[in-house]
Structure formats: structure tokens, C-alpha cells
Ligand binder design. Structure first.
Ligand code: ADP
Ligand code: MG
Length: 545
């Protein structure tokens, strides 16, 4: 082959580039954060690959270097990480739209500040290079492949050709637009690194005015630093770097544990749900490091699925460096760390619920239905999780803010169970005739309308010794609780009616009974004491049982 090979950007990528350039020009500087983040990822990947093949590491320290060249008008971001082969380049930088591309474009709001924060979350960070550059050259080499050079002006196409680069890693050369020459100034660059990339654990290097190369960031694993050295602001900044979520987290917990098992954990509760929270295919979880070496993202084994909203880092010397997902499954050390992390998260939530009710309400609104899964999944912590749950009730029909503890505390003396009603919608629950008798006697009833609730109440059968009871069930016990004095007299008076109805309805019902549970409606249908609830019955029917 002779000369550079031409390739076209996929249409979706072309749109993305246009949008990026035109909608983010007032937040240009974020390109640096994105390119440094890629360089850092590439070094993490190399360190990981070097676990199997130590010769990969060589003697040079892994680092990112910023090289401004005023004469050429270029800024180069250079790393000695994993590098890319010819096929990697094609896959990663152009032909194939990445899974988040469309979602990113759909999420653009027109607010440049907000939009610039979306980039990292949707895996389209590389393209931000074109906000400040009218041409980008990427020279890259994997240890086991020929070096390649990729180049594009960000319009319709890019070219690929062999490169004479001999050392492993990647150089992204930005040919800066005339308006963007400010990014050649070392002062500006170091300020940006401190603002966005200070907590990247890799050294970021830049030559000072005397030509000496200096490290301009902290360059230490953030979580390994002593708590006393770190401020609230630092934790927030690290969160941004870790998650690309620029909404401040609701809470965090940083622990260094030295005992039979040694580990450091830094866990965050986000304030916002990721766009794929409900996508079951998307694994979530914290990052796992072994002795500061990045092992994997989203180590799902370290937290149960019902805590999949938690973000953070776990670093332990007690796992082998070559640990794989297969090894993590069923590993005793992992199991112990996981149990401890669950406690930490529940502690954090307890604390927030007790001391910061507004934040807790935000949390509950965002992640409540996920946490509820724990009532079923995690029997050992069921009581703690139950305490953290919030529901609608007849006393709070508009806001899901009733906790079981509060409910029990205000139960009238003659009430001995926790009453609930499940329904498809809140409106249906509020208007249900089943509530009439309970309302009349001032018994609060929880209104459960999440899809998962039916499943929850089939597992959570009691709380603090109080039984959870459905008001839509024909329990004799429940019936006697709301019995009115007139019932005995009415029983005689209505005997005829009951008999007639029993005959007419025949096999279709188990029994026809006079009940005190209604005060306005003439009749209602209840489930047998030991039968499936009506909703569960319907759900099973729909599922084809
Ligand atoms: P993300 O980082 O979220 O995957 P980006 O658009 O920032 O999305 O990068 C796209 C992909 O290009 C990366 O996943 C990686 O495979 C590749 N890449 C980008 N920069 C580098 C680099 N410096 N070294 C190696 N690979 C890189
Ligand atoms: Mg990236």
C-alpha cells in the first residue's frame, strides 16, 4: 500500500463532531481533562497487562507529558501507556460510533456548562480535541504492533498510515485553532491540570520556563492519602474525576482498614442516577485496585446488585495481582470485603437519613427502588434496609417519606400490625375502597406502588416484631381489628343478602362476608387469607404462568 488510507467517519460520529464543536466552544478547556483521562486509562491498562508480562513495563515511569510547541502552534498530550494497533485506532477513533454517542447527542441541553459535563459519561471524550484543534494527529504504538498515525480535520474523514514512532504509547497532537493558542501557555496548562486532573494518580509533566520538566499534579493515589490531608472539596473533585459526574455526590466514606484483611475503601453515594441504571446488562460497581495497581472497573463482586448505584474505589493488598472476575466470584477475601462495604454504605445512608433529611429524600427518589431490592436479596441486612425505606401512606399520600420506624411509633395502641395496600398507581391506591374502614379508625396504611413492592412484601413479612398485613386480604384477624359494634346486629339483618349473593356468585368466590372494612362503598373484592394477592395473581397471569 502506498500513502495514507482514507476512511469516512460514520454519519453519527460526524454529527457528534459538529455538535461538539458548536455547542461547547465556551467550555473549550475540558478537552484537556478528557485527553489526560484517556492517557491515564491507557497507563492503567498497560500496568494491568504488565501483570502477565512484566517485560512490558520496562524501566521508564508511566506518565503523561504535555508538550506545547509555540512555533508549530501545537499542543501534544503524550503517554507511554498501552498504545493502539491499526485496528484499535479504527475501532476507537472514528468508524464505529460508540454506544453512548446517540444518547450523548440526545442529552445535549444547550447549556454549555451542563453539556460539557456529559462528554466523559458517554465515552465520547476523544472528540473534544476538535473543539480547540482544526487538525488532530494521533501517533500511537502498542508494544506488539506496528506504529500507526491517524489524522483528521474533524470534518468528514480521517486518514491512517504507518508511523515511524518507535516507543510504546500514544501522542495526541492538537493543531490549535488561531483563537485557541492560549493552550500553549504553561501557566494556563498547569492551572487546568490542577483544576481538573490533580487527583489522577499518574504524574502529569510539563516543562517550566527554564526548560526543566516538572510534575504539575499531586500524582498520588487519592484514596491512599491520609484523611487529615483531604478536604471536602478534594473528595468532590476526585469524585468528578472518577465518575465524570459533575453533580456533587450526596455522601462519601473513606476508610483504611488494617486487620485480618487490609483494604482502603472510598465510597460515594451519587445524587444523580446514571443513564443506564435500569439497564440490567450494564455492570456497575466500584473500581478495584490491588496495591495501587488498577485491576478493573465496575467490580460487581464487591457490592451486591442492590447497591449498584455506589461509586468508588477499593484497594487491597490481600488479593493477587492477577485476580480475574472468575477468581473474584466466591473468593473469601472478596466476600469479607463485600460484607464490610455493605455495612459502610448502610452506615452512610443511616447517617444521611438521620441528619440530612432533604439529601436523603433526594437519595430515596433517585435510588429507592434499587435499594428496596435489598429487602429480598440480603436477608442478613433486611432489618437495616427496611429502616431505610420510605413509602407513601394514607398519612402522607403525596410524598414517599414515611419510614417504618415512624409508622410504628405513631400506631394507636389498639393497632398491632403494619397495614399496607399495593396498587399499580398512587391514584388507584388512594381511592381504593379497601382503605375506608382503616381511615375511619385512624389506622395509617402504607400505599405501595413501585413495581417491586409486591415482591418486597412477599419477603418482608415483619418489622420490629410487627407483622406487615395487606388490607386487601380477608384475614379474620384484620377483620376483627376494624370491627364496629353494630356488626353483630347488622349480621342478622343482612343474612338474607349474604346468602343470596353466595348463591349467585357460586364457585366464582370463596366466600361472601359482611365486613366493617367499608364505610362508603357497598362491596369490595379481597384475596383469601392464604391466597396470592390479586396483583401478584395478575402479574403471574401476564407473565404467562
Ligand atoms: P472513553 O475514554 O470513555 O472510552 P474516549 O472517546 O475518550 O472514550 O476514547 C475512546 C477510546 O479511544 C478509548 O476507550 C481508548 O480505547 C482509545 N484511546 C483514546 N485515547 C487513548 C490513548 N491515549 N491511549 C490508548 N487508547 C486511547
Ligand atoms: Mg475518555
Amino acid at each position: 500500500e502506498t500513502g495514507p488510507q482514507k476512511h469516512e467517519f460514520q454519519t453519527e460520529v460526524r454529527h457528534l463532531l459538529q455538535l461538539m464543536i458548536h455547542s461547547l466552544y465556551s467550555n473549550k478547556e475540558i478537552f484537556l481533562r478528557e485527553l489526560i483521562s484517556n492517557a491515564s486509562d491507557a497507563c492503567d491498562k498497560l500496568r494491568f497487562a504488565a501483570i502477565a508480562d512484566a517485560s512490558l513495563l520496562g524501566s521508564d515511569e508511566l506518565a503523561v507529558q504535555l508538550i506545547p510547541d509555540a512555533d508549530a502552534g501545537t499542543l501534544t498530550i503524550k503517554d507511554n501507556g498501552i498504545g493502539m494497533s491499526h485496528d484499535d485506532v479504527i475501532d476507537n477513533l472514528g468508524t464505529i460510533a460508540r454506544s453512548g454517542t446517540r444518547k450523548f447527542m440526545e442529552s445535549l441541553s444547550g447549556d454549555q456548562k451542563k453539556d460539557s459535563q456529559l462528554i466523559g459519561q458517554f465515552g465520547v471524550g476523544f472528540y473534544s480535541a476538535f473543539i480547540v484543534a482544526d487538525k488532530v494527529t494521533v501517533r500511537t504504538k502498542r508494544a506488539d504492533a506496528e506504529a500507526v498515525s491517524w489524522e483528521s480535520d474533524g470534518q468528514g474523514e480521517f486518514t491512517i498510515e504507518p508511523s515511524d514512532k518507535t516507543d510504546r504509547g500514544t501522542e495526541v497532537v492538537l493543531h490549535l485553532r488561531d483563537d485557541d493558542k492560549e493552550f500553549l501557555e504553561p501557566m494556563r496548562l498547569s492551572a487546568l491540570v490542577r483544576k481538573y486532573s490533580d487527583h489522577i494518580s499518574l504524574p502529569i509533566k510539563l516543562a517550566n520556563d527554564k526548560g526543566e520538566i516538572e510534575t504539575i499534579n499531586q500524582a498520588r493515589a487519592f484514596w491512599a492519602r491520609p484523611k487529615s490531608e483531604l478536604k471536602d472539596e478534594d473528595y468532590k473533585q476526585f469524585y468528578e474525576q472518577l465518575t465524570h459526574d459533575y453533580t456533587a455526590p450526596l455522601a462519601y466514606a473513606h476508610h483504611k482498614v488494617e486487620g485480618t484483611i487490609e483494604y482502603t475503601s472510598l465510597l460515594y453515594i451519587p445524587a444523580r442516577a446514571p443513564f443506564d441504571l435500569w439497564d440490567r446488562e450494564q455492570s456497575r460497581g466500584v473500581q478495584l485496585y490491588v496495591k495501587r495497581v488498577f485491576i478493573m472497573d465496575k467490580a460487581a463482586e464487591l457490592l451486591p446488585p442492590y447497591l449498584r448505584f455506589v461509586r468508588g474505589v477499593v484497594d487491597t493488598p490481600d488479593l493477587p495481582l492477577n485476580v480475574s472476575r472468575e477468581i473474584l466470584q466466591g473468593n473469601r477475601t472478596v466476600e469479607k470485603i463485600k460484607n464490610a462495604l455493605v455495612k459502610r454504605v448502610l452506615d452512610l445512608l443511616d447517617d444521611m437519613a438521620a441528619n440530612r433529611p432533604d439529601d436523603y429524600a433526594t437519595f430515596w427518589q433517585t435510588f429507592g427502588p434499587v435499594l428496596k431490592e435489598g429487602l429480598v436479596e440480603d436477608q442478613a441486612n433486611q432489618a437495616r434496609i427496611a429502616k431505610l425505606c420510605r413509602f407513601h401512606s394514607t398519612a402522607s399520600p403525596d410524598k414517599a417519606d414515611v419510614g417504618l420506624e415512624a409508622y410504628v411509633a405513631r400506631m394507636p395502641a389498639e393497632q398491632d400490625g403494619i397495614y399496607y395496600l399495593t396498587a399499580d398507581t398512587l391514584a388507584a391506591a388512594r381511592n381504593s375502597p379497601h382503605l375506608e374502614g382503616f381511615r375511619a379508625r385512624n389506622f395509617e396504611v402504607l400505599l405501595l406502588t413501585d413495581r417491586i413492592d409486591e415482591w418486597v412484601v412477599s419477603h418482608l413479612t415483619e418489622f420490629e416484631g410487627k407483622k406487615l398485613e395487606s388490607v386487601a386480604r380477608a384475614s379474620k384477624d384484620l377483620e376483627s381489628k376494624i370491627e364496629t359494634p353494630e356488626k353483630a346486629r347488622l349480621e342478622g339483618e343482612y343474612q338474607d343478602v349474604v346468602e343470596r349473593l353466595t348463591k349467585v356468585l357460586g364457585e366464582r368466590v370463596e366466600a361472601v362476608r359482611l365486613s366493617s372494612r367499608l364505610t362508603e362503598s357497598p362491596s369490595c373484592l379481597v384475596a383469601g387469607e392464604y391466597a396470592l394477592s390479586r396483583r401478584l395473581e395478575e402479574m403471574l397471569k401476564r407473565a404467562g404462568e
